[in-house]
Design a protein around this ligand. Structure first.
Ligand code: AHR
Ligand code: AHR
Length: 470
């Protein structure tokens, strides 16, 4: 009996070591987190505080979303009930490190954002649903124009001080614009020169550095350059990434930095680069300023897209072995996909999309040439008009969990948005077209279904002056 219970105690101790959350692991390694952001889960075993704040459209009130239990997954059900029949945006991503390095709506920088006063947009709270160990949670889905920042940070690296960082991202959500970043940037929201940033970058931008293949790549945004290695051009050891869930890591110290990554759902990290700072001027020593950005470049360049689930920044240069245990903890969190639709459609069906607004409910979403509009259609309408207002539901061209609407009378042409206006265009097979033509279906904000843009999940099919928009 005695030896049996000893064995049981031994197993329990091993179990709790494996479960240590990322910031417990960094702390044990002597490189503590100075910022810890995760809308999906707590990043310390003991953390019970808020993970993020949401604001709903119906009455402008806010709510904090916390983990279900200490160290646990976010309480997504609390979000779902707070946001029922309305829209919600993520207003704050709280810092779990105790330093109050929260991420807020990014202000205007050298570049203006699309929101009031040149601020960037806030992310929809529902754009990036996932499960962790089977429990639903939401990531931060960054559409072009979206960004978060904190310019008044405590404890992050400045000058040439050592630091590390990791982020868990959606490896399939990216573009080639500048710059989907998470990490250290300028406090002035402007480009103050080489070496004034050190951030994780993810995407297929080719203006500065590249890796092998056609991307997307993990690179380091060191300001005025996305680096895949020592050369500002190409490092073929930096691979194109195909993982749905991806762990990216960047770390730096005097004349040394590293780029490491791996599948966030299984396996270990690989080192894509570890060595001296770039040879071009300004990056050795570094001139870090210590602000924190998410989804944007240092100067508030905000054309990029991507999805962030969790990430941290550390004080000190973390060891490879601590990073290996952080990766093991991320894998043990079991990130997995879940449906983007709360009111699914049936692929292959022909549908008519009826306007539900009172006074307009004899109208259907139709097209006249390339213009997508609403028209009054009834059972006695001409066949041509009926066909103009009929759509075949297809598997989403840009995301196979959602849908594309193919014109019944113009096969090969799909509803897409362009400058947020709906249009009927022929599929040109570009990534941009496919993403602009992909929509998800949710329980109606008023009644029936509401159709949401996949790439801009804060925007929905709507009509205005009988023309279609998102
Ligand atoms: O380094 C790439 C980008 O260049 C930075 O993010 C931005 O500040 C500048 O435009
Ligand atoms: O509709 C919004 C954006 O406008 C589309 O994504 C892009 O193709 C265009 O610039």
């Amino acid at each position: 009996m005695r030896s049996k219970s000893n064995i049981a105690i031994g197993l329990a101790a091993t179990g709790s070591l494996v479960a240590a959350a990322p910031c417990d692991l960094y702390k044990n390694g002597g490189t503590p987190c100075v910022a810890a952001h995760g809308t999906t889960r707590a990043l310390y075993d003991a953390y019970t505080g808020p993970l993020y704040q949401i604001k709903r459209g119906s009455d402008g009130t806010t709510a904090d979303i916390s983990p279900l239990s200490a160290g646990g997954v976010a309480n997504a059900a609390a979000q779902d009930s707070f946001c029922k029949s309305t829209t919600c945006l993520i207003t704050i991503i709280y810092d779990q490190s105790g330093r109050a390095n929260h991420l807020y709506q990014a202000p205007k920088g050298a570049f203006s954002g699309p929101d009031v006063n040149g601020n960037d947009n806030l992310a929809s709270a529902i754009g990036a649903p996932v499960t962790l160990n089977g429990k639903k949670a939401y990531g931060v889905f960054v559409s072009p124009g979206t960004g978060y920042r904190n310019d008044e940070v405590s404890g992050t690296a400045t000058g040439d001080q050592p630091e590390g960082m990791y982020a868990v991202l959606d490896g399939t959500h990216y573009n080639d614009a500048c710059c989907f970043d998470y990490g250290n940037a300028e406090v002035s929201n402007t480009d103050t020169g080489n070496g004034h940033m050190e951030a994780i970058y993810y995407g297929n931008n080719t203006i500065w550095g590249t890796g092998s293949g056609s991307g997307p790549w993990l690179m380091a945004d060191l300001e005025n350059g996305l680096f895949s290695g020592q050369s500002p051009a190409q490092n073929t050891a930096d691979p194109s990434i195909y993982n749905r869930f991806f762990t990216g890591m960047v770390k730096g110290k005097p004349n040394q930095w590293a780029l490491r990554g791996g599948n966030a759902a299984s396996g270990a990290l690989s080192t894509y680069y570890s060595g001296a700072r770039p040879t071009v001027g300004g990056y050795n020593p570094m001139s870090l300023e210590g602000a924190i950005i998410l989804g944007i470049g240092g100067d508030n360049s905000n054309g990029a897209q991507g999805t962030f689930y969790e990430g941290v920044m550390t004080s000190g240069y973390p060891s490879d072995s601590v990073e290996a245990s952080v990766q093991a903890n991320i894998v043990a969190a079991k990130y997995a996909t879940t449906s983007l639709n709360t009111a699914p459609l049936t692929v292959g069906n022909k549908v008519s999309i009826k306007v539900t607004s009172p006074g307009y409910d004899t109208r259907y979403l139709a097209h006249s040439g390339a213009t997508v509009n609403t028209q009054v259609v009834s059972s006695s309408s001409a066949t041509a008009l009926k066909q103009q207002s009929s759509w075949t539901v297809r598997t989403g061209l840009g995301n196979s969990d959602c849908y594309s609407f193919e014109s019944v009378d113009t096969p090969g042409s799909f509803i897409r948005h362009y400058n947020f206006v709906l249009q009927l265009n022929k599929n040109d097979n570009t990534k941009a077209f496919k993403e602009d033509a992909t929509f998800c279906s949710q329980t109606g904000l008023a009644t029936g279904n509401t159709i949401r843009s996949w790439s801009y999940p804060a925007k929905f099919f709507r009509h205005y002056n009988n023309v279609g928009y998102i």
